[in-house]
Write a protein that binds this ligand. Structure first.
Ligand SMILES: C[C@H]1O[C@H](OP(=O)(O)OP(=O)(O)OC[C@H]2O[C@@H](n3cnc4c(=O)[nH]c(N)nc43)[C@H](O)[C@@H]2O)[C@@H](O)[C@@H](O)C1=O
Length: 425
């Protein structure tokens, strides 16, 4: 894709996605401008120094909450393209800090659009929307009945069951302040196109992961702990809801998706970007254990008597009327043949090496949960999008990242933390 000499402004350039996208666009010859908050201590964000792009991009100091600063960024960058990635993106944080989330994700987005409108620049803009906007997706009649009992009302009522895979016309049922803030942002983006003619498009990206993914997200939570276990730095793995199923993509696929939408998408339109598969948190964990060198033979719950032999055995039976490759344990979770809850205490994993103990940590369970995400990506594929990576590729990259002891370290104030201090400019 041609990016030579294009001026590209990225909000959230120091984040996980922003830094991958910036590296990729620099390699393709773009002039990349990154909106970045002023850092009193003059340090370079870790994601930027890891990607070795501190001298390859132009930093524009500013924040989404500061409209004059954003207007200045337009003058400096004169953008042909804007990727609006900056956000408070951690769902539990939005539950504990809803106002902060709204300030950054809602007010920040309208500030950006206002800066573009008032400055009369004319960039093509891509908004990082999310599969969380779909939120509560109905996967079976039984699940629908139990959700009705729990929430009393499901709005809007499903027009088909299962509502899977999720296409762009699925209804919004956001389940967190984060998800609601993204619905606001995307509708505003589309509204600014309809009302003012701003060339905004929306990528509804499903979960995307890779080396350097934020510490708090489940794929990093898992691969870090599995690596720590390998090095004898921990005795067990702590986790929350292992039944949740996600459509995990490799970050390198998702950043191509953003670019394809920018170059080939229709202004004012919306595109799912995902991998058209779904995998449980439990499978991600078991696959990570296998990636660390131990074949998984059997799992059994600690405080109850649920047992599954050979849980990662490939299964190609159809679920939701769709044939797709998944492990046996996911077939069981997706058809409600088995579910795990806090009362089970955890899971003992028998491998061809040591037994591994997984503890269910009640503080990691969410008060409102999105049970399943599984994308229909027909629309973005028509623009040329392709899924190149499997879930095991993501796990491999994350495990390799955590093989480096500095990357594994998260304990504040510890010796390894001081060694991994961000570089000074
Ligand atoms: C597309 C979307 O993708 C991300 O949102 P997310 O799906 O909430 O991502 P996550 O990695 O925090 O959780 C995934 C699942 O994993 C379960 N889970 C179990 N145990 C732990 C656990 O210990 N930690 C976490 N974080 N999750 C756990 C948790 O309950 C949930 O069901 C963000 O990028 C968001 O910005 C976004 O837009």
């Amino acid at each position: 894709m041609e990016w030579d000499d294009a001026h590209v402004l990225i909000t959230g350039v120091s984040g996980f996605v922003g830094s991958y996208l910036a590296r990729n666009l620099v390699d393709k010859g773009a002039n990349v401008y990154g909106l970045i908050r002023r850092r009193a201590d003059g340090t370079i964000p870790k994601n930027i120094s890891h990607k070795k792009i501190e001298n390859a991009i132009h930093f524009v100091e500013g924040s989404l909450e500061d409209l004059p600063g954003l207007a200045h960024a337009m003058d400096t960058a004169e953008p042909d393209y804007i990727f609006h990635l900056a956000a408070q993106s951690f769902v539990p944080r939005s539950i504990s800090h809803p106002l902060e989330t709204a300030q950054i994700n809602c007010i920040g987005t309208i500030n950006l659009l206002e800066a573009v409108r008032q400055k009369e620049v004319d960039p093509v803009m891509v908004f990082a929307g999310t599969s969380e906007e779909y939120g509560l997706v109905i996967s079976s009649e039984e699940q629908y009945a139990s959700l009705k009992e729990k929430y009393h009302t499901i709005f809007p009522d499903p027009s088909r069951i299962p509502e899977l895979p999720i296409s762009e016309s699925n209804p919004f049922r956001p389940m967190s302040p984060y998800a609601a803030s993204k619905v606001y942002g995307e509708i505003l983006f589309r509204n600014y196109y309809q009302t003012y003619g701003l060339k905004g498009m929306v990528s509804r990206s499903f979960n995307h992961e890779g080396a350097g993914r934020g510490d708090q997200f489940v794929t990093s939570v898992i691969t870090r702990q599995v690596t720590q276990l390998k090095y004898g730095e921990t005795g067990q793995i702590s986790i929350g809801n292992v039944n949740a199923c996600r459509d995990w993509s490799h970050i390198d696929d998702i950043i191509e998706g953003y670019q394809i939408i920018a170059k080939k998408g229709q202004h004012g339109d919306v595109y799912n970007v995902g991998s058209n598969r779904t995998t449980s948190v439990l499978s991600y964990l078991l696959m990570s254990i296998e990636a660390s060198g131990h074949k998984v033979r059997e799992i059994s719950t600690i405080h109850s008597d649920k047992v599954v032999n050979d849980p990662l055995k490939p299964d190609e039976s159809s679920v939701f009327g769709i044939n797709f490759e998944k492990p046996k344990i996911d077939q069981m979770i997706l058809t409600d043949e088995i579910t795990f809850d806090v009362g089970d205490g955890g899971i003992l994993v028998r491998t061809d090496g040591p037994d591994i103990r997984i503890r269910f940590d009640p503080s990691r369970f969410r008060p409102s949960e999105v049970p399943i995400l599984f994308s229909d990506i027909t629309k973005v594929k028509k623009l040329g999008y392709q899924v190149r990576y499997q879930v095991r590729d993501i796990i491999r990259d994350q495990m390799n990242f955590f093989m480096d002891a500095e990357n594994r370290c998260v304990l504040p104030g510890s010796e390894c933390e001081s060694k991994s201090q961000e570089k000074k400019i």
